[in-house]
Design a protein around this ligand. Structure first.
Ligand code: BG6
Length: 499
């Protein structure tokens, strides 16, 4: 979490050196929708040094890639209307042709790097299917491209990082053969969201909450990522992943560590990540024989949007097996066995094709111990602090207050604090994260032990779910997920459906 990246300014631009941003998977979907628009905005804001280059490793003719970039930006970037900016950006592009499995591609890439600058800083971005990670890193190492004698060399890897603990460990070992851990940036784009970083600042820049931030005052925590989108065009990946791997093992467990961690000794990548790992290591191991008591999986059936548009069932989506048992909704109740959180459930849930798109963290406080107010009136509702991560980023504190008039009856009061930037322009997660890689700032990236530990935590659930025969269904476009009330029966006020 670069302090600099939260307040991008010209000071930041001076800090980044000229670099070669090398994209593997330069014609892929991630490149088109996220990387290119982010890089263009970074050029606009001066967050990418003007002498930098953007190198696309492409199988086809380099000229085709240049046309692809122009078209992708026109489709996905509002900045593409600025023709002077587009010309500047295009002058930075440099295609290198070749197959990823061919060592000669990397030799050509090395030549392309060395002919441009004396110092050849490079950021290698793997926007490719995970099956390619080890081959690409192996080839980079084989031609000496991870050697930092002439400039930094950093490898950015997208999730999924492995599909279980063993594969994540194997991939780590393969990467370490050709590079140091400090050269690896495992991206979790949730950590790049400004509202997620604000969780960290909110906790550790305010003393007000600290006395309350523990098992004595907090009943439970719900961490939500509810999406309205379905599987879209991603069935080949999603069929093998499912909601638990896709969202909980990565994004939501990362958010959980930010909510639960102790203050780090210093604002440094090492200290912050040490504290996050401590949380993960304290998560109570899941007993494979009791997985149903702490988790829930479901799949969307057909339904319709609020506007009445028909939504197809998951198992009829293109590329999905008709008898698919992949979960599109997953919820897990974790316990963190340490002094601060003993006995406090952390319920993490995510679903595709839900009624509303909302990501948030809800901290539910305990009920007041004694009700002083009129017999027959409702009990005061437990307070809740909600961090809305997206959309409408902000914080909401739910309190009880007196209804005006000759009564001691209560009303619910919501204190809200929208989280927005002065110029109304929040940075996209990829802009923040790419800028951090250029600065060599690693706190927003997952370290090897974080990834391995989080896989170990969810493994018994994955194992138990792989043996199930059928999945409960929920109506697409609804909140009708059977079993959520049961899962949250011990949590005050139960399942918090985002409003
Ligand atoms: C990705 C998942 O990592 O995050 C997707 O693979 C999901 O399935 C996406 O849709 C959600 O990200 P965001 O930023 O839209 O909440």
């Amino acid at each position: 979490m670069a302090q600099a990246s939260q307040t991008a300014s010209c000071i930041d631009c001076e800090k980044t050196e000229a670099s070669n941003v090398v994209i593997f998977g330069a014609t892929g979907d991630l490149t088109k929708r996220k990387l290119l628009p982010s890089l263009l905005k970074m050029v606009k804001l001066g967050l990418l040094h003007a002498d930098s280059r953007i190198i696309g490793v492409v199988r086809n003719r380099g000229d085709d890639w240049l046309a692809f970039v122009r078209q992708a930006l026109q489709e996905f970037s509002p900045q593409a209307k600025d023709s002077a900016l587009m010309e500047r950006f295009h002058a930075m592009l440099c295609p290198v042709e070749g197959d990823l499995e061919d060592i000669n591609t990397y030799t050509r890439l090395k030549e392309a790097l060395l002919t441009h600058h004396e110092r050849t800083n490079a950021l290698f971005y793997c926007a490719i299917p995970p099956g390619w990670y080890s081959a690409v890193s192996h080839h980079l190492g084989a031609v000496g491209l991870m050697d930092e004698a002439q400039g930094y060399r950093r490898l950015v890897i997208e999730k999924p990082f492995g599909h279980d603990a063993a594969s994540a460990e194997k991939l780590n070992r393969e990467l370490w053969r050709v590079m140091q851990e400090s050269q690896i940036y495992r991206i979790d784009h949730y950590l790049g969201k400004e509202s997620v970083q604000n969780l960290f600042v909110f906790r550790f820049a305010n003393s007000l909450l600290e006395p309350l931030w523990n098992r004595n005052y907090i009943d439970h925590v719900q961490i939500t990522a509810s999406e309205t989108l379905g599987v879209e065009y991603r069935a080949p990946y999603y069929e093998k992943a499912g909601a638990l791997r896709d969202m909980i093992q990565s994004h939501l467990m990362q958010v959980m560590t930010l909510v639960a961690m102790e203050p780090p000794a210093e604002y440094s990548a090492t200290d912050i990540r040490d504290e996050k790992v401590k949380v993960l290591r304290a998560v109570r191991p899941v007993d494979i024989n009791h997985v149903d008591e702490i988790s829930l999986a479901a799949q969307y059936a057909s339904g319709h949007t609020a506007e009445g548009e028909d939504l197809a069932a998951y198992c009829t989506e293109p590329g999905v097996a008709a008898d698919s048992s992949t979960e599109t909704f997953a919820a897990v109740k974790f316990y963190i066995d340490n002094w601060r959180w003993q006995g406090v459930p952390f319920v993490l849930w995510t679903g595709k094709r839900m009624k509303k798109r909302v990501s948030e963290v809800m901290i539910r406080f305990r009920q007041p111990p004694h009700n002083l107010f009129e017999e027959g009136t409702e009990r005061p509702l437990p307070n809740a602090l909600i961090f809305r991560l997206q959309p409408d980023e902000g914080m909401f504190l739910r309190m009880n207050a007196k209804l005006p008039g000759l009564t001691t009856r209560m009303q619910r009061l919501v204190m809200s604090a929208p989280y927005e930037s002065k110029d109304g322009d929040m940075y996209d997660a990829y802009e923040i994260l790419l800028h951090d890689v250029l600065l060599g700032e690693a706190s927003l990236f997952s370290r090897a032990d974080e990834v391995e530990t989080s896989w170990k935590i969810v493994e018994p659930i994955i194992e138990a779910w792989s043996q199930r025969f059928s999945l409960p269904r929920y109506r697409a476009g609804s909140w009708d997920v059977p079993g959520m009330d049961r899962l949250l029966k011990d949590c005050i006020s139960g399942w918090h459906i985002p409003s």
